[in-house]
Design a protein. Structure first.
Length: 67
């Protein structure tokens, strides 16, 4: 799901939004990936049984690309 304003997100997921309009919203109104800092985290994050703040601790420094 793209990161959108609440208004655009509601329109994007609405049942009556056409695929063409959903694509337009995603392409024109979402924040680009370059607005974020990406970090590698432990594979433990992928298991819903795991809990705790250690799950969001970066394994390494910020990345410029998603691995």
């Amino acid at each position: 799901m793209p990161l959108l304003t609440p208004e655009h997100a509601r329109e994007w997921i609405a049942l009556d939004t056409s695929p063409e309009r959903a694509r337009e919203i995603a392409l024109e109104h979402c924040r680009p990936a370059t607005d974020f800092h990406w970090y590698k985290v432990s594979k433990d994050v992928g298991n819903v049984r795991n809990q705790g703040p250690q799950l969001i601790e970066p394994l390494s420094s910020a990345l410029d690309v998603d691995d």
